[in-house]
Design a protein around this ligand. Sequence first.
Ligand SMILES: N[C@@H](CCC(=O)N[C@@H](CS)C(=O)NCC(=O)O)C(=O)O
Length: 209
Amino acid sequence: MIDLYTWATPNGRKISILLEELGVEYNVHAVNIGQGDQNAPDFLDISPNNKIPAIVDQDNGLKLMESGAIMLYLADKYGRFMPNGPEGRWKATQWLMWQMGGLGPMLGQAHHFVHFNPGRAEYAEERYRAEARRLYLVLERQLEGREYIIDEYSIVDMACWPWVSRYEWQEISLEDYPNVRAWYQRLAARPAVQAGYHVPKKVGEIPAG
Ligand SMILES: N[C@@H](CCC(=O)N[C@@H](CS)C(=O)NCC(=O)O)C(=O)O
């Protein structure tokens, strides 16, 4: 049994979507990052970087933080959503690293400067607005002729999708990225994605794209 520590954010939703896709039972612990729950000493014992998401695998006592590591662990534990062959596995790892090092952090900065604090730092706003557009173009090219980011539905799609679901905060119109839009809507139609989006609680509808 997996214990999931999470909040209604893109990084948190990656893991709840994966757990829903796996169809395994899991316990949800809401960590309200708006009121500082992430700094509680017992949470730091699980997540030393004091951020969600984190898991505890009750089967073996393993505690894990960092959404990319958690996704790799769960895909490995349950033997699903990662390609079997070495080339596919490395391509999946490559795109997961792209999400962890690029798409997530850059769009997160766009949320801070473009959505929450407009007019406070012109250079930062311009930089992260431009970086968001560049990253969407990278995804648009990768999805040309593909239904999923690495040919088969994988943890890579589940890692990227929650960040794209906040396209409005990033001042991105998905109409400008037709391949991304079709992929976004393809995933949004999946019952497991819908269920995982609303963990630990429903805070609004899934944006239509
Ligand atoms: N690289 C980490 C980033 C996690 C992260 O940024 N989590 C945010 C929510 S999406 C958080 O817990 N923020 C609370 C804080 O910064 O105090 C991961 O992918 O798990």
